[in-house]
Design a protein. Structure first.
Length: 194
């Protein structure tokens, strides 16, 4: 069976101004995005630049104030992102996440993705940060990120074959020489880490 993913038409974003790939929008704009989302085949969504796949993108911060950084291995499914570093955990919203309330559809997907990828000891809080929209690459042109920070006591990666992990504090980011994927660069700028 083909995977279906949650998308919105680009025109829904026409009135939103992004600066360097990032913006903060009010709750009513998020609701508009979620209320206008629908499911299509991922195979179509990956090539259709008239829509954006909605992706929860969660930065994980532990009690030592360090941020989880993962490097995508060659066993990870998205070949276009192999070997790049990321500070975001997340993924596609699928029909399994569907709820009558579209906002709950989004949060069901966010929770599922976190639980698929991480063992979380304690999630203290989840804080909305803003939206990521980056038209600079083939991958990013068909996705819209909804950026959050999750404050946790501790987490571990479940998919160790897909991701290598390390934890960095803000000072260590300044000296880090790995190549971050585009969304991570945008997220780190929005969080004023780099």
């Amino acid at each position: 069976m083909k995977e279906k993913v949650w998308v919105i038409d680009n025109e829904i974003l026409n009135d939103i101004n992004f600066y360097n790939g990032f913006t903060i929008v009010e709750q009513n704009i998020l609701e508009k995005i979620f209320n206008n989302a629908y499911f299509i085949d991922r195979e179509i969504a990956e090539k259709d630049e008239s829509t954006k796949q909605i992706i929860p993108y969660v930065v994980i911060k532990n009690k030592k104030n360090k941020i989880l950084v993962v490097q995508r291995t060659k066993k990870q499914t998205e070949k276009r992102l192999h070997n790049l570093y990321s500070v975001g955990i997340g993924g596609h919203i699928n029909p399994i996440d569907k709820n009558k309330n579209s906002e709950l559809t989004f949060y069901n997907g966010l929770n599922r993705e976190l639980n698929e990828e991480l063992y979380i000891d304690e999630l203290k809080s989840l804080e909305y940060v803003g939206l990521i929209l980056d038209d600079s690459t083939e991958v990013s042109r068909v996705h819209l990120g909804v950026l959050f920070i999750a404050y946790v006591t501790n987490v571990n990666i479940k998919e160790k074959e897909n991701f290598k992990e390390l934890w960095l504090n803000e000072t260590e980011f300044k000296d880090f020489n790995g190549e971050f994927e585009g969304w991570s660069k945008i997220a780190l700028r929005a969080l004023e880490v780099i």
